[in-house]
Design a protein around this ligand. Structure first.
Ligand SMILES: NC(=O)c1ccc[n+]([C@@H]2O[C@H](COP(=O)([O-])OP(=O)(O)OC[C@H]3O[C@@H](n4cnc5c(N)ncnc54)[C@H](OP(=O)(O)O)[C@@H]3O)[C@@H](O)[C@H]2O)c1
Length: 258
């Protein structure tokens, strides 16, 4: 029997790269996807190959439906199957929530195009391949921003809230063949936040997150990868679920008690 296939969007760095490595280590063939910079994507592809996976390295902007369909066709041509889709590619603009004039309609459109429509287009393109495999699953990488009212911008929070709602709808629409779930990471140790707000503010945000979270820790890309992997390969009776991976930050904040 051919090996299972996992497609991880935005897998050239951070959470996506950790997720790709975990699936590769566990015997999956892998699609590594990026939209801009091929060098880190190539490095992750090499790591996955070293872990025993066959790899398709695909430049595709998930906001472009033609790219999503071309990615699905490449998977079908190479392996003729797909077992897991992790919609991890995401984007934001960093705008203080109180600065209502700092956020334009264009910002909303740009962020929704990737975080919501991109995820939907990937699901639509890959669903026919997933449907053929019992136990196939989709995980959408959302954020605590979708439920905590804190995040890089109001548009980003709204987009991740929409991604949660879409997860619930798709879980009904694609069952019983395909399970669909979402994860909500807190502050994850990737370059995303540091690049967005600068080293100094990043350190302050990191410290505040550690101080306010029940487990007194930021989240590692590998922690989110673990949750994605479990939701795809275990979790046989879990669908339409949103799981926080945030050291207890959103649900059980310490609120200065420490
Ligand atoms: N880091 C955090 O604190 C945090 C917290 C909660 C949720 N998240 C979510 O986790 C996900 C990954 O974040 P990360 O921290 O791992 O970020 P990251 O290290 O910046 O990685 C983002 C990945 O997405 C790719 N990408 C961006 N736009 C894309 C597009 N339109 N089409 C395809 N690929 C695209 C990037 O490659 P290219 O630049 O080459 O396209 C890169 O591979 C995002 O959905 C983010 O919202 C992150």
């Amino acid at each position: 029997m051919s090996k299972r296939v996992a497609i991880i969007t935005g897998s050239s760095s951070g959470i996506g790269a950790a997720t790709a490595r975990l699936f590769a280590r566990n015997g999956f063939n892998i699609v590594i996807n990026y939209s801009r910079d091929p060098a880190p994507a190539q490095a992750v592809a090499d790591e996955c190959r070293a872990l025993g996976a066959e790899v398709l390295l695909i430049k595709a902007n998930v906001a472009d439906d033609n790219d999503c369909r071309a990615l699905a066709k490449a998977v079908d041509d190479k392996w003729g199957r797909a077992d897991a889709l992790v919609n991890n590619a995401g984007t934001t603009r960093f705008v203080d929530s109180r600065d209502l004039d700092g956020l334009s309609a264009h910002d909303f459109h740009d962020i929704y195009a990737v975080n919501v429509i991109g995820a939907f287009q990937m699901v639509r393109a890959i669903a026919p391949l997933l449907r053929a495999n019992p136990g196939a699953a989709i995980v959408n990488v959302s954020s605590t921003a979708s439920v905590a009212g804190i995040g890089s911008s109001i548009a980003y929070m709204a987009s991740k809230g929409a991604l949660n709602a879409m997860t619930f709808g798709l879980a009904r629409a694609l069952g019983p063949a395909i399970r669909v779930n979402a994860v909500g990471p807190g502050i994850v140790e990737t370059s995303w936040l540091e690049k967005g707000i600068g080293a100094e503010r990043y350190e302050a945000a990191r410290k505040a997150f550690v101080a306010d979270s029940t487990l007194a820790a930021t989240v590692l890309p590998e922690d989110v990868a673990d949750a994605c992997y479990w939701l795809c390969t275990g979790a046989a009776k879990t669908t339409g679920e949103f799981i926080l991976v945030d050291s207890g930050y959103a649900k059980f904040p310490v609120l200065g008690a420490r």
